[in-house]
Design a binder for this molecule. Structure first.
Ligand code: NOJ
Ligand code: CA
Length: 701
């Protein structure tokens, strides 16, 4: 018995001796790393004494199926700490604290002598780690067949998920337990989307939001995705284990890697308070500082657009003509007849410019201005659009002069329909055309499967493409809002001209299959953790049957649409509805006119993924505050604590709330606007209708 005890103690000692531990600055998080028997690297994460991630594997399968996840030795370890403050060009807060303890492990693979380092960074709000391959004599290029990083969870958590798909992130979000994903995924994958490439197994996308039975909130994603492919997560619903699943190319390879490079960070945000997940800046902190010296040309914007009219079934079209046999560079559009309902025509665009100018908007997006839309058949056509040739009824020069005289910018549109190869060919000319004609921002689009046909939206080649476009754009001082691109990973810190992305199911789906009432109570916990979303809110006329052919109905009340300007953070916000609808509700439209798009400070007041979100923000360099609150299909009472306001003053608050009879399905346009006085010791209760919301604007009295 004694011998057994000695042996057991010796075993414990050896294990403890080899486990290397780091704590977060506030000591709530504890990361431990150990090389198990056979030199297998594993890590484990604890929060306030509870396990969050059980012992989980690390490593890769390389080249011809070399297992690069065992036979390692640790050569040495370096520990460092850092506590700094940085200022984003734009953001939810004008200052961000970056405070962490770090452990860098230098590993050698004993059979090949290849070296890899693992860097762990522990913040108060979570963990980031990445693999770093130093330059070395024995190894220069290799292929990653798979990354083996595991995230072994402690139970059958509640999970907010969309299925892994290499070509799209536009699925509705499902809430279920981990163990249920297996049974549900096939049905969810039936959602009709423009391009789909489902993972062959049960896997989900990140940012993945989880909630444990004992109320821990856990968010798994990645930061700084560059020259690598996006990470999905395989789900084992029996053992509650998640593991990395990289987007492949169509040759089955995941990443082509050269030593001297690093992987993206794998991130785990943890808290026992859901509000901390929204407040976390961990992903931004793990990205490199801003790459540009001059950022004066990067400006948050509120915009209108010749856009929603294409979705409502009212007849307006992107295409100029009904003639479809277009050959880019050969077809002479001046000889073709207009179809009579082309949206991007000069006089219609002028109306938008007038309305934008009158109401203080910065810009107008115009889609359907360029040659090629008649024959935009995804996947079939390599030379599909010209990005320098406007349609005959869209007068670029006249419109630019007009817009300039009214103090409004026009937002360029580059839908590529995923003929990425041809977009890259035209890119410099397209950007030069923009600069020559006074444009300073572009909305890009990647509808349909990718050309080159060997590639997926989320693979390494496309990741490099999106990053290349943003970098090139910066050389022309152009801001980019990419749609259908890989979901963001905080790169907007490094490249702040990447002003927004779509990369999730946006408002456009309200005109097809709809969004669930809880959709926007989940997105801030998932997609938005990577960066701002061009969600395009502001639809006042939610019943589309008024336009004729479309039977769709919006999933929110009107005031919930207002709240989204605060709850769905973005420095680029659209007022997406038609002018006529804003003219019908001028009192509610006032909030969209007033609301800021750049902030000094953000206060997460209430939050529960899938149920509700209430956020207050202080406008940048102004003594103005805006509050937005939303709920899912259930009505609720929001509790606003005004202690975020500076003390000792009285403020006037304008409240836009659901009326008592409001309901997203039966009475979405019923709202009340009231004025009240508040100070920083006041609290207030506000009722939200089913799928309702409220908005507030606050000024000093
Ligand atoms: C999909 C985008 O999300 C949408 O905003 C755009 O209007 C269409 N593609 C056409 O480019
Ligand atoms: Ca889209």
């Amino acid at each position: 018995m004694k011998r057994v005890l000695i042996f057991f103690m010796l075993f414990l000692f050896v294990k403890i001796a080899f486990a290397q531990v780091v704590y977060s600055p506030d000591k709530h998080l504890r990361l431990s790393f150990v090389l198990k028997e056979g030199g297998k690297p594993v890590y484990e994460l604890n929060y306030k004494g509870k396990k969050v991630i059980e012992e989980s594997k690390m490593g890769f399968i390389l080249n011809d199926f070399l297992s690069f996840s065992e036979n390692f030795s640790v050569i040495r370890t370096e520990n460092t700490s850092s506590d700094t403050i940085w200022k984003p060009v734009w953001g939810e807060n004008s200052e961000i604290r970056d405070n962490y303890n770090e452990m860098l492990l230098f590993l050698v693979h004993r059979t090949t002598n290849w070296k890899v380092n693992i860097r762990f960074r522990l913040f108060n709000d979570g963990l980031g780690f990445r693999y770093e391959f130093p330059t070395q004599k024995e190894l220069r290029h290799f292929i990653i067949k798979e990354e083996l990083t595991e995230f072994n969870l402690t139970g059958n958590h509640k999970t907010f998920w969309i299925p892994a798909d290499y070509d799209t992130n536009e699925f509705p979000i499902t809430t279920s337990h981990l163990s249920e994903i297996d049974a549900l995924i096939e049905n969810v994958r039936k959602e009709p989307l423009a391009a789909k490439a489902p993972s062959p197994n049960v896997a989900v996308q990140t940012p993945l939001m989880l909630k444990t039975n004992d109320n821990l909130y856990v968010n798994i994603h990645e930061a700084a995705l560059m020259n690598y492919s996006a990470m999905f997560l395989n789900v084992d619903g029996k053992s509650f284990s998640l593991s990395a699943h990289l987007a492949p190319d169509k040759n089955g390879n995941k990443v082509y890697f050269q030593t001297g490079n690093i992987t993206p960070w794998r991130t785990i945000i943890v808290s026992d308070d859901a509000r901390d997940i929204l407040a976390s800046n961990l992903i931004l902190n793990l990205n490199e500082p801003c790459d540009f010296e001059d950022t004066s040309w990067i400006k948050p914007m509120k915009y209108l657009g010749v856009w929603w009219e294409y979705f409502i079934g009212g007849g307006s079209s992107w295409a100029y003509t009904d003639f479809k046999d277009i050959i880019i560079g050969k077809t002479d559009y001046s000889k073709l007849l207009s179809n009579g309902h082309h949206g991007a025509n000069t006089s219609h665009v002028k109306k938008y410019i007038d309305f934008a100018s009158k109401n203080g908007f910065d810009a107008v997006l115009v889609e359907g201005w360029n040659e090629g839309w008649e024959d935009n058949v995804a996947y079939h056509k390599e030379k599909i659009y010209s990005f320098t040739k406007p349609y005959p009824d869209f007068d670029v020069k006249e419109l630019q002069n007009y817009a300039q005289s009214k103090g409004v910018k026009i937002i360029m549109h580059h839908e590529t329909t995923s003929s990425v190869i041809d977009y890259e060919r035209q890119l410099h000319k397209a950007f030069k055309f923009m600069v020559d004609n006074g444009y300073n921002s572009v909305k890009t689009g990647y509808v349909g499967p990718i050309i080159p046909r060997s590639e997926y939206h989320d693979g390494q080649w496309m990741v490099n493409h999106y990053n290349y476009v943003v970098k090139m754009a910066s050389e022309y001082k152009i801001m980019v809002n990419s749609h259908e691109a890989v979901r963001p990973t905080g790169l907007c810190r490094t490249f702040p001209n990447w002003i927004a992305q779509e990369s999730a199911r946006g408002t456009e789906f309200e005109s097809f299959n709809g969004n669930h009432p809880d959709h926007t109570t989940i997105l801030p916990f998932t997609r938005l953790k990577g960066g701002p979303m061009d969600y395009t809110p502001g639809i006042f006329q939610g019943d589309l049957s008024v336009y004729g052919s479309n039977k769709a109905k919006l999933s929110t009340t009107l005031t919930k649409q207002l709240a989204l300007y605060v709850t769905m953070y973005s420095p680029l916000q659209m007022a997406a509805d038609l002018i006529e609808n804003y003219e019908r509700f001028p009192d509610a439209f006032q909030f969209i006119k007033d609301v800021a798009v750049d902030w000094d400070k953000t206060y997460i007041l209430e939050a529960e993924p899938g149920d509700y979100v209430t956020i207050a923000r202080k406008a940048k360099n102004k003594n103005e505050w805006f509050v937005g609150g939303i709920t899912d299909e259930n009505s609720r009472e929001a509790h606003i604590d005004f202690s975020f306001l500076p003390p000792g003053k009285t403020y006037e608050v304008i409240i836009y709330a659901d009326a008592k009879d409001a309901h997203w399905q039966t009475n979405p346009q019923s709202y009340v606007i009231s004025k009240k006085k508040v100070n920083n010791v006041k609290t207030m209760k506000i009722w939200l209708a089913p799928s309702g919301g409220f908005a507030m604007s606050i000024k000093e009295k």
